[in-house]
Design a protein around this ligand. Structure first.
Ligand code: GTP
Ligand code: MG
Length: 196
């Protein structure tokens, strides 16, 4: 897939604010700071279309970016950030749940996990939840530039074990926004989902 155009479209916290032009959507979920916004920018070759930050908790709404006038990438607030209040966390949870459970345009979910840490309880819960909802899943293991090449197999087998991954149903990619590792494969997966 060649990226010809990309633009920020809208931020939403509830259904009546979602885009109304009925295009397919691919959402990104993962722990705060795992690299969701960076992945979007890397894929779209944009510097800061999806706003990134070294401070966790940057993304607080569902942010829709329109790509090639053909589909949306949906940047979702990260989970598991301790400094977000209990009330806010519950609001985020409900907002994400509403979106994932009710949005017919949603064609795939990219779940990001940090290659430097074992998947957390939240990662496992998100993965199980998406499977239960029957959404096609791509697991992306981020920040691979921070991992020694010799550690790759260990990281992948840890991931497989913790998430109880079944490769027949789920695709897994290692990724880095710094080295652009597997950005083509990522783009291919998205293209396939939006054309299904
Ligand atoms: P929230 O919006 O808080 O949920 O975070 P996010 O998942 O959108 O993370 P974001 O893309 O803002 O990245 C968080 C930090 O990690 C930033 O400082 C990024 O520069 C850094 N980062 C993201 N991806 C990579 C990567 O592949 N390699 C390295 N080394 N750093 C990365
Ligand atoms: Mg973000």
């Amino acid at each position: 897939m060649i990226i010809k155009s990309s633009s920020y479209a809208v931020s939403a916290v509830r259904e009546d604010q979602y885009p109304k032009d009925n295009l397919p959507e691919i959402a990104l979920a993962g722990r705060s700071n795992v690299g969701k916004s960076s992945l979007i920018n890397t894929l779209l070759k944009r510097k800061n279309l999806a706003r990134t930050s070294s401070q966790p908790g940057k993304t607080q709404t569902l942010n829709f970016c329109k790509v090639n006038e053909k589909f949306y990438l949906v940047d979702v607030p990260g989970y598991g950030y301790a400094k977000v209040s209990q009330k806010k966390r519950q609001e985020f949870g409900e907002m994400i749940q509403d979106y994932l459970e009710t949005r017919p345009n949603l064609k795939g979910l990219i779940i990001l996990v940090d290659s430097r840490h074992e998947p957390t309880k939240d990662d496992i819960a998100m993965y199980d939840y998406a499977q239960y909802l029957n959404i096609p899943i791509l697991v992306v293991c981020t920040k691979m530039d921070k991992i020694k090449k010799s550690q790759t197999n260990k990281v992948m087998s840890g991931l497989k074990k913790k998430l109880n991954l079944n490769y027949d149903h789920v695709t897994v990619l290692t990724f880095s926004s710094v080295t652009k590792l597997h950005v083509t494969e990522l783009s291919n997966w998205i293209e396939k989902r939006i054309n299904e």
